[in-house]
Design a protein around this ligand. Structure first.
Ligand code: NAX
Length: 324
């Protein structure tokens, strides 16, 4: 059979990974014919909890799971990785200042960038999930100078999937009918879910729904506040849906999207005036193991102001990290 793919996953003892690891191990990223090896990283104090999760992985007897490694050393975790899902990050604790949160995560992603640079395969595909995801991905790239920056991405797919689901329900169509949806910017409440180019069954979605006020005053805030709504209802933050989005992101990057648009946080190439050095959500298609930005979209007044706000927030986050 084929050699196993090595997938580094950080934050392995956390909530998202309690869903993510099982799905990766059953083949949801690489497919039903590809064995995988999980290389799990978490902090020293979380190692016992990771061992417990690995007992459960063993107990699933997944045919595709060719091995599991547990470590608290980043370089060991990234050794020969084909892919990496960086879920672990420092969450805000009570009374913690934004500045301290940014500093703590900048330090984590600096260390992990160096480890990625030293140990991973050059064609490894990396998705950062841990917040602030876009800025963490940009810091990772800064500290991995010998690793191709275009392979370092951040996850905005949960926002994309949330918007697609809400739009499909409003239009009365299946979610698979929604095409050409774009989510721009930061994975934060400023993200811009842009329906202007979206279609359902080949028809313009804005025309089909025919309610611009609903779009601006209900759809956009619903997607922006969805994480909080889940947290309030469940008493815990989104985990299974976040794991699902991370799998969609990596699966589509590897296997292609057949011309469908998806949204990914990717390092800016300067297009749409997004400053270089930012990792920013944009619409892409994937084919042949690569993503390609959708080029040449235009912005009207409302869209431009939404776009400028979220890209401005990203630039401000990077400036705040640089000033530390
Ligand atoms: P948890 O707090 O349950 O788990 C985080 C895990 O990361 C813990 O086991 C912790 O020990 C570990 N960790 C912390 N620092 C680490 C380091 N330096 N190296 C390795 N592991 C480390 O959080 P969970 O609910 O799993 O969420 C994980 C992250 O995803 C959070 O930052 C969260 O904000 C972020 N999210 C990002 C989303 C996105 O769309 N980009 C959506 C979902 C989620 O909110």
């Amino acid at each position: 059979s084929r050699p196993a793919k090595r997938i580094t996953i950080t934050g392995a003892a956390g909530q998202i990974c309690y869903s993510l690891l099982f799905r990766v191990a059953r083949g949801d990223v690489y497919g039903p014919d590809q064995p995988v090896i999980l290389q799990l990283l978490d902090l020293p104090q979380a190692q016992a909890a990771v061992r417990g999760v690995v007992m459960e992985l063993d107990d699933c007897a997944f045919p595709l799971l060719a091995g599991v490694m547990i470590t608290d050393d980043p370089e060991t975790a990234f050794r020969d990785a084909d892919a990496a899902m960086l879920v672990g990050s420092r969450a805000r604790s009570k009374g913690m200042e934004r500045r301290d949160l940014l500093a703590a995560n900048a330090e984590i992603f600096k260390v992990q960038g160096r480890a990625l640079n030293a140990a991973a395969r050059r064609d490894a595909r990396v998705v950062v999930v841990g917040n602030p995801a876009n800025t963490n991905a940009a810091i990772l790239a800064q500290h991995a100078p010998d690793f191709p920056a275009e392979n370092i991405t951040s996850m905005i797919r949960l926002d994309h999937n949330r918007a697609a689901s809400q739009l499909a329900a409003k239009a009365g169509v299946g979610v698979e009918a929604i095409e050409r949806l774009a989510v721009w910017g930061n994975h934060s409440p400023t993200m811009f879910a842009d329906w202007r180019f979206a279609t359902a069954g080949g028809r313009s979605l804005p025309e089909l729904i025919g309610d611009e006020t609903w779009y601006r005053e209900t759809l956009i805030p619903t997607v922006a506040k969805r994480g909080t709504a889940v947290l309030e209802a469940r008493g815990a933050s989104s985990a299974a849906s976040a794991a699902n989005a991370a799998i969609d992101h990596l699966h589509d990057w590897i296997h292609g999207t057949d011309g469908r648009w998806v949204s990914m946080g990717v390092p800016s190439d300067g297009s749409y005036g997004i400053p270089k050095g930012l990792v920013c959500g944009v619409p892409v298609t994937c084919a042949g193991g690569r993503y390609e930005r959708i080029a040449g979209l235009t912005f009207d007044g409302f869209a431009q102001s939404m776009f400028d706000r979220t890209v401005g927030e990203l630039a401000e986050e990077m400036a705040a990290v640089a000033a530390l």
